[in-house]
Design a protein around this ligand. Structure first.
Ligand SMILES: [Zn+2]
Ligand SMILES: [Zn+2]
Length: 138
């Protein structure tokens, strides 16, 4: 199975091959800041199963520590991928354009998640905007 993904502006696009057994989510404080949300959602892709379709040289990488880098599209700032090493690409799951046919496999640094990362009483879910229909959520 071949799946594609891209950044928000479309300058970067890629394809991944094969099946994946799930998404890793890191809730640590670095990943919260890097994502601006609850953390980073990552699909670990072996290098030989990843290929750039466009924009490989249209990226900028910020090295925060030797072990923590962030790569983003130069135009739109989409994080893509989060990190790379000799054997794997740590692909930001939100950039996939095709269904992955897998769910969360591991939540890491869950002990340091933000205190607001939870529903409160009477949290409402909407299919789209909050003036539209509510979504089925249980
Ligand atoms: Zn872009
Ligand atoms: Zn993290």
């Amino acid at each position: 199975m071949r799946r594609k993904g891209s950044c928000l502006c479309g300058a970067l696009s890629y394809a991944i091959q094969g099946e994946f057994d799930g998404v890793w989510m890191c809730h640590c404080s670095n990943c919260r800041k890097a994502s601006g949300g609850t953390g980073n959602t990552i699909v670990v892709v072996p290098r030989e199963r990843f290929e750039w379709l466009s924009g490989e040289d249209h990226r900028v990488t910020y090295t925060l520590r030797p072990s923590y880098t962030i790569t983003r599209c130069k135009t739109c700032g989409t994080p893509l991928p989060a990190e790379e090493d000799d054997s794997n690409i740590y692909l930001t799951a939100g950039t996939l354009d095709d269904p992955l046919d897998a769910g969360f496999k591991n939540h890491i640094f869950y002990g340091s998640r933000a205190d607001w990362e939870r529903d409160q009483e009477q949290t409402r879910y909407f299919v789209e905007r909050s003036d539209g229909p509510e979504a089925d959520h249980s």
